[in-house]
Design a protein around this ligand. Structure first.
Ligand SMILES: Nc1ncnc2c1ncn2[C@@H]1O[C@H](COP(=O)(O)OP(=O)(O)OP(=O)(O)O)[C@@H](O)[C@H]1O
Ligand SMILES: [Mg+2]
Length: 386
């Protein structure tokens, strides 16, 4: 155990808790509300020490999934295993899990200090240990000056930090967090995000973290599980989900502005064609490539502006957004909107006719019907594989 971990660990029981493995396995987990399916046949292994982020749009089933793991909601189907033991029917207090939710009722009559220390008093820890631990957690969360206040004397964000502190103070085997930063202002959200990552690094605890914020997911996750209508759309490290989205849904969900997606046709010469589009795809064995319609994807930051002649994409700039250090130019290519993002100034103005190029490695092809990513086997195979 590193020095960092010792510094954050109580000398007695909690150290043992921390060393205990905490793996979570979901086997075909599902939940219906009447006829509506909120979570559908989710299979997932959360490794010990993993920072797993459940990401997806509003209503996709993130909270429902987390609440089932916490024991607050009964699954309609499937099993939940904690460290290999079936806990599907176990009440929440018997699961070694700490929960932090977006809105979390604090004890209104207790001070911040006593709210944070509550789980330790319930475990009959010594007073000096509780004081030290509460002080440490409060300092981490910027609550030191507020320890004597009551919850009603705090802002929403401060209350949420107290709730976070109450979970942190326990050193549980795993943390379940449902949008814990969403009530914080932008600056505090960014620092707390970094602190949570650092905390995770020191404790090496298993975290299942729910958010619909792609920046949180990209910066915090060791693995992202993207949910769509209750099902797992894609699971993988942030870089992988970003660089190789498995579906059009995943491609649209990560990235700002989102990945450009245009209708095109792949032709026998191994190029993508469409109105204003003539791009070499850099595919193996181009001559034998079967013709087919595709959805062509390219991220705004992977496009460069070039003279119109001979460029892969040709269009007209419709608007330019100034983001400070960067600019986004919105263009009309054929009848599709295509965004380009790069350092300011991009050198494009509304009304300009421009060309755009991207390296073949940064082009993504999807099946226009299923939305699934198309990949090609090495040169030996000529047919697209879905
Ligand atoms: N108690 C309930 N009764 C009926 N339907 C519910 C209940 N709880 C959730 N749902 C429905 O289940 C689906 C998933 O809800 P859930 O709260 O898990 O979404 P979420 O991904 O957490 O969304 P958000 O990002 O808005 O918090 C939604 O369609 C929601 O309306
Ligand atoms: Mg939710």
């Amino acid at each position: 155990m590193s020095v960092g971990q010792v510094a954050f660990t109580a000398p007695s029981g909690d150290a043992a808790l921390l060393r205990r493995m905490s793996t979570i396995r979901l086997e075909g987990l599902g939940r219906r509300f009447g006829a509506a399916v909120a979570v559908d046949d989710v299979w997932l292994d959360v490794a010990d020490g993993e920072f797993l982020v459940l990401l997806g749009p509003s209503g996709c089933g993130k909270s429902t999934l987390l609440r089932m793991i916490a024991g607050l909601l009964e699954p309609s189907a499937g099993r939940i295993l904690l460290d290999g033991a079936d806990i599907t029917a176990l009440p929440p207090q018997h699961r070694n899990l700490a929960m932090v939710f977006q809105s979390y009722a604090l004890y209104p009559h207790l001070s911040v200090s006593r709210n944070i220390g509550f789980p330790l008093r319930a475990r009959r820890r010594s007073k000096p240990e509780i004081t030290a631990k509460v002080g440490e957690v409060a300092a981490l969360l910027g609550l030191t000056d507020l320890l004597d206040r009551k919850p009603r004397q705090l802002s929403g964000g401060q209350r949420q930090r107290v709730a976070l502190g109450r979970a942190l103070v326990r050193d549980p085997g795993a943390f379940l967090m449902d949008e814990p930063l969403s009530n914080l202002d932008a600056a505090l959200r960014a620092t707390t995000r970094a602190e949570l990552v650092e905390l995770h690094r020191r404790l090496n605890a298993t975290v299942v973290y729910v958010t619909h914020d792609q920046v949180e997911a990209m910066t915090m996750a060791s693995r992202i599980v993207l949910l769509n209508e209750g099902r797992v759309e894609q699971a993988g490290p942030p870089g992988e989900v970003y660089d190789a989205p498995a579906t059009v849904f995943a491609a649209r969900f990560l990235g700002s502005p989102a990945m450009n997606l245009v209708d095109a046709a792949v032709t026998r010469d191994g190029r993508a064609h469409g109105p204003g589009i003539d791009l070499p795809l850099g595919l193996p064995d181009e001559a034998a490539f079967p013709e087919r319609p595709v959805t062509l994807g390219v991220r705004p930051e992977r496009l460069s502006i070039v003279p119109e002649d001979g460029a892969g994409l040709r269009g007209v700039v419709t608007a330019v957004e100034n983001l400070g250090g960067e600019e986004v130019a919105h263009c009309l290519v054929g009848s599709s909107q295509v965004a380009v993002r790069g350092p300011r100034p991009l050198g494009a103005r509304p009304g300009d006719r421009i060309g755009l190029t991207a390296a073949p490695a940064h082009l993504h092809l999807f099946d226009p019907v299923s939305g699934r990513r198309l990949t090609w086997q090495p040169a030996a195979t000529t047919a697209p594989k879905e």
